[in-house]
Design a protein around this ligand. Sequence first.
Ligand code: PLP
Length: 409
Amino acid sequence: MSRMPFPEIGTHRDLVMTRLRELKLKDTDWKGGRASMFMFKANDEVSRLGQDAFVEYFNENALGATSAFPSVRTMEKEVVQMALDLFGAPQTARGYMTTGGTESIIAAVQTCRNWSRVQRGTPTHRGNIVAFETVHPAFDKAARLMDLEIRRVPMDPWTEPVVSALDAAIDIDTIMLVGSAPNYPYGSIDPIAELGELAERRGIWLHVDACVGGYLAPFARQIGRTIPQFDFSIAGVSSLSADLHKYGFCPKPASTVLYRTAEKAAHQMFDVDVWPSGRFVTTTIVGTRPAGGVAAAWAMIHFLGAQGYRQIAGELMSSIDAYLDGLKTIEGVRIVGKPDLAVVSFTADEVDMIRVAGKLSGKGWLPGLIRKPTGIHRMMSMLHAASNQQFIEDLREAISAVGVRQKQP
Ligand SMILES: *Cc1c(COP(=O)(O)O)cnc(C)c1O
């Protein structure tokens, strides 16, 4: 394969734009609900507001929030305050905006690591993180970056999560226990209240990864859904991550990472005075980052308010109900675990689900996969509502084409 040369001369902008649009044609039809992950939508009005607010701050750099762009600083502070309010955080709590779940998680792990080292008085202590195996790989990424050990404890999606197994994995070097609300593979909220008790009993930091569900769960509860407690209302919770660019329906990149106390939050600060340019202070892992993400999140929360988010939660959860009902009409299909929100995995007994997924891909769907059990995973938003019926029909056809697996002799 020959390498593309760096072009000597420029190309007319119209041609460049045309080529961009041509390139896009190869992508999954996410607007038609064909992508099972990556994209989220509430409705057109919400998408437009997000886009307009982002474009308003298209050029500004959130790295300069404390100097050049006080407006960005103000919006960032207010987004964090509104998030703290939403998640029942005490007045002592503090937080930061980041560019996404991964950054929020890396930041939380680093903050916990730094705080733990100070607590222990051992500045080189190598800690470990304990979580169910369903925890997001962003924790492994964080662990690798900081040379921490991560201990993944098995979870059986068909039975209640075994918190005592987490307890057994904790030792003297454990610095963080993680619960997911919900976990990505099965869409179920870990027993955070029990995890909180465990964290308090063992004296360790509990982080709640509410990246995918954080901005949906409170509103789903407010409209009468049964959603287990997962936030700062549980005393043992030290920190929580929640992504605005997922079910907050904000443009990427936008996430929040929150801490129960200002004292813990302070350990996220990066403050050095080491080079000829003087002091360098950031609260994020990244440096330059789009202020558009901050402005759009601020605008979105004000635009929708809790009332708007409840309305969206109502519509979304109804569409999920219809989707679950549809899945249940297909013989052999079983919902994996107990999805609490909008992430749903399913399998079918005695059917090769990888082949089923292959057939669905052939029809333009991009199904997510899980492997324990082998099944199909979809993270649903209003992008999917209109095509769910079509998905169910294509799935029914794919399952019947693949057929029931021959029993091994
Ligand atoms: C999406 C997700 C993350 C990572 O978030 P990014 O914004 O993709 O970096 C972390 N945890 C869970 C449970 C997630 O679903």
